[in-house]
Design a binder for this molecule. Structure first.
Ligand SMILES: *Cc1c(COP(=O)(O)O)cnc(C)c1O
Length: 357
């Protein structure tokens, strides 16, 4: 038997094996219809059922109240970087951003096209190795919204909880790399968005959860496809939605439910990450780069004190069955992305390999 391959890729990333099997079957034949899921009309009863179930299961696992719309969009999280300010930021208003890495920087760059932007906190001083705590946040006088990145995929840091925000503002979260990895109190948010390819399904699908009062609060006349109201009032079917991605995400939601829901995910993710961080903290060769208290449970970034060892480790990783463990090109080192679907056995294999150095 060949050795297993553990997929540490940061995204597109590992999916639960039962989801992959259900998808394989549905690609050939969706629910006994004789037609594959990719070949069904999005307006036919078979796919409408897939879409309705995906939304219902998403609402169930994350306890999403009725006054929030759940949208299945395209364009990636990167399109949300501009869609949020395009809809909600006018030139006379200010949006506050918590700057914790590359993705926050990209979000800010887009917002600047539409209105005032204030960096309410930043961890750039220490190369984004931590998330600033509440005392470091200095909001502007009356921000329209506050945007933060709950998990910083590239630097391996994560907020333990949502930042408190000023009255009158709403909270916007880029949760691309930790959505549904732990319980989430949706009522604290105006908008949560996530590209699917880390924790939810294939790339090409973007999940947006938005409080319904915001649907009528757009500050400008935006193109039809870029208006949240368009998608909300058409159940994400104003145009052809990403049908295969919605099917897969629906299966991922069912898998999460079957495994015990978001609290079970959180418990498992904590245990998996702890194995790796405990090892790194005790190691004389390797060390975690994120500050304690800010460490991500999803992306564990680490380095070797000796560059030669780092190179040797990376050179040997693939043949040891550890795939995709090289750090992002902008930071170097190693990054173990250990999303919901990543098995504990893969962490154990990584520890065995680390031990060789
Ligand atoms: C991957 C990622 C993005 C970019 O997502 P796309 O879907 O490729 O646009 C944005 N934010 C975070 C936090 C990410 O991890």
């Amino acid at each position: 038997m060949s050795q297993p391959v553990y997929n540490f890729s940061s995204g597109p990333a590992i999916l639960p094996p039962p989801v992959v099997r259900a998808t394989q079957a549905a690609i050939g034949d969706l629910a006994g219809s004789g037609i594959g899921v990719m070949e069904h009309s999005h307006r036919g009863p078979e796919f409408m059922k897939v879409a309705a179930e995906a939304e219902a299961t998403c609402r169930e696992i994350a306890d999403i109240p009725d006054d929030y719309a759940v949208l299945f969009l395209q364009g990636g999280a990167s399109s949300q970087f501009f869609m949020v300010p395009m809809n909600f930021l006018s030139p006379e208003t200010c949006a506050d951003y918590l700057v914790t890495g590359t993705w926050s920087e990209k979000a800010i760059a887009e917002a600047k096209r539409y209105g005032e932007v204030h960096a309410a906190s930043s961890s750039k001083d220490k190369n984004y190795s931590y998330v600033p705590d509440a005392s470091a946040i200095k909001y502007s006088a009356s921000p329209r919204y506050v945007h933060f990145t709950s998990n910083n995929t590239i630097f391996g840091t994560q907020y333990a909880s949502e930042p408190a925000i000023p009255d009158g503002a709403f909270l916007v979260c880029d949760a691309s790399s930790d959505i549904f990895s732990r319980p989430i109190d949706i009522k604290k948010y105006g908008i949560v968005y996530a590209g699917a390819q880390k924790n939810l399904g294939p790339s090409g699908l973007t999940l947006v959860i938005i409080r319904r009062d915001l649907l009528d609060a757009s500050v400008r006349d935006v193109p039809t496809m870029l208006s949240y109201a368009t998608h909300a009032s058409n159940d994400s079917m104003f145009n052809t939605p990403p049908t295969l991605g919605m099917f897969v995400a629906g299966e991922v939601f069912k898998w999460i439910r079957g495994e015990g829901g978001l609290s079970a995910m959180a418990e498992r993710n904590e245990a998996k990450a702890k194995l790796l961080y405990d090892y790194l903290d005790a190691s004389k060769t390797f060390y975690a780069t994120a500050a304690p208290g800010s460490r991500s449970l999803m992306n564990v970034c680490f380095r070797a004190h000796d560059e030669g060892i780092e190179k040797a480790f990376l050179a040997a990783a693939d043949s040891a069955g550890l795939s995709g463990i090289k750090g992002h090109r902008s930071v170097g080192g190693m990054r173990a992305s250990i999303y919901n679907a990543f098995p504990k056995a893969g962490i154990e294999a990584l520890l065995r390999q680390l031990d060789r150095f």
